[in-house]
Design a protein. Structure first.
Length: 492
């Protein structure tokens, strides 16, 4: 769960400058900038993140097309077009308009790969204009931060308005700016359309109700998107709180259960959506007889452990006595500990594919003994590779650093023990934990996409590719495993 999932202050004066109201846009802006960092590092280490995110969509589109020369739009997950996040799927995955047979695909893919990337790590002149780049994201986030500051100062200090009005003025300015058809902001509009489309897919029923009745598998991009929404769960709470404050403005929000329940329900939506995805995949696994389908149920249980702290924290705000609040605080700490430990273990073992073989974590694995690989084979590896996993695209030191930071930030809720000593009020404390969760998610993204990339290319890469990447992780994209011959659909 997000490290800042405690419920903030909603009751009180509705006219003052409220830090809580500025939290949601500030955290969203930070998330945009941090995604720019992710894009930069993916490019630097030669990981084609767009390929990783959209491969499932392309495979499903191909499967739908094989059902008989039907219009792709009948089962297309990309109803907004063949562009996801500014990436043209046909060019990215090597599918031209002339068909998708294996030989044509392989040929087109090679030209596409060479078109998009150059050996100096930078995009060539033929790079798609609408493609999202790290520089664009960072500049856009800085612009939004400046716009938030200017709109807040002008609305409050010059016009004498409230913070609520300033926040609505900021959101209105952003929407109006995006609607202006400037060529320079076309990539932002494309990205926004993609975000809204993927958001719709999160709640879209995943079954062919009038056909086979078998649910459609949840693509990786929707899993990735829903996980990101879980880290922004507190933003959903703040949006619910904003509408409550606006509804009762200029009067304070009444201290009633529904006043805190509605924002809390909004905050729980990402976890409910993600748990639903797990249940869908478990259903598919049961219908196909997958022996590992229980993993999806365990994952759904993990997301359910994020809901209990939200419920208890919300109820804690409306109990009348200090004794009851103290009791609920103890329960809340236990729930935080359970969720953080469960989530950390899942991060390392399932989301990052590390420490999956207990035999490799024995002392002899770091004492010169080769780790045990698939089928009982042994290959010489370093201690870090033995304990974590044989393939570490970001290198051992970087991977270990991310793991340790994730471990610390998973337990950042423990700052509540020193909340009064470190923070002037609870809203500042929650804002701090929200920033920490945004940073944790950005680091988590790196290893999650890396592991998905490894799984997609499992068995498709030669030993020469592996040795090359371990020696120099900063190789150009064309020399890394993202080359056409290492792409799964080209081997089918």
């Amino acid at each position: 769960m997000s490290s800042g999932q405690e419920v903030g202050e909603i009751f009180g004066d509705g006219t003052g400058r409220a830090t809580a109201l500025l939290r949601s846009p500030t955290v969203i802006i930070a998330a945009v900038g941090l995604w720019g960092m992710n894009v930069y590092l993916f490019r630097l280490f030669g990981i084609d993140y767009a390929h990783v995110l959209t491969l499932d969509l392309v495979k499903e589109k191909e499967a739908n097309g094989k059902g008989g020369d039907k219009d792709d739009s009948s089962g297309d997950l990309c109803s907004t077009g063949n562009v996801v996040g500014g990436i043209n799927l046909e060019k990215r995955h090597g599918h031209g308009p002339g068909g998708s047979n294996s030989s044509t695909t392989s040929s087109n893919s090679g030209s596409a790969s060479k078109t998009h990337y150059h050996h100096n790590h930078g995009p060539t002149n033929s790079t798609i204009d609408g493609e999202v780049t790290a520089g664009k994201l960072v500049v856009f986030s800085l612009f939004l931060l400046l716009l938030l500051h200017i709109s807040t100062v002008i609305w409050i200090d010059f016009f004498g308005g409230s913070t609520i009005g300033a926040i609505f003025a900021f959101y209105t300015s952003v929407i109006v700016g995006l609607l202006i058809p400037l060529p320079s902001s076309a990539w932002i509009r494309t990205a926004c359309v993609t975000v809204f489309h993927r958001a719709f897919e999160l709640i879209n029923p995943r079954c062919f109700c009038l056909q086979s009745g078998i649910p459609r598998a949840v693509p990786f991009i929707d899993v990735f998107f829903a996980d990101a929404m879980c880290s922004l769960s507190k933003v959903f709470f703040d949006w619910g709180m904003l509408w409550h404050l606006a509804w009762h403005f200029p009067q304070p929000v009444p201290m009633e259960l529904h006043s805190i329940a509605i924002p809390s329900i909004a905050a729980s939506l990402p976890y409910l959506i993600r748990a639903r995805q797990c249940l869908v995949m478990h259903t598919i696994g049961r219908m196909k007889g997958d022996p590992k389908r229980y993993q999806h149920m365990l994952n759904a249980i993990k997301y359910s452990t994020s809901l209990w702290p939200l419920i208890v924290s919300a109820y804690q705000k409306v109990v009348p006595t200090e004794e009851e609040k103290a009791t609920l605080e103890n329960i809340l700490i236990i729930l935080f500990a359970i969720n953080s430990t469960y989530s950390l273990a899942w991060d390392i073992i399932m989301d990052w594919g590390m420490m999956q073989n207990p035999q490799n974590m024995m002392p002899e694995s770091c004492a010169g003994s080769a780790p045990i690989g698939p089928g009982g084979s042994k290959t010489p590896q370093s201690c870090a590779h033995s304990v974590l996993r044989p393939r570490l695209r970001f290198g051992a030191s970087t991977s270990i650093t991310i793991l340790l930071i994730d471990m610390v930030l998973r337990y950042s809720w423990m700052l509540r023990f020193w909340e009064k000593d470190l923070f002037p009020n609870m809203d500042i404390y929650i804002l701090c934990t929200q920033f920490m969760e945004a940073i944790r998610r950005a680091l988590w993204n790196l290893l999650r996409v890396e592991w998905e990339n490894i799984k997609q290319n499992r068995g498709k890469e030669s030993q020469e590719d592996v040795e090359m990447q371990e020696k120099d992780p900063f190789l150009p994209v064309s020399a890394m495993s993202m080359s056409p011959r290492a792409t799964p659909q080209h081997q089918q």
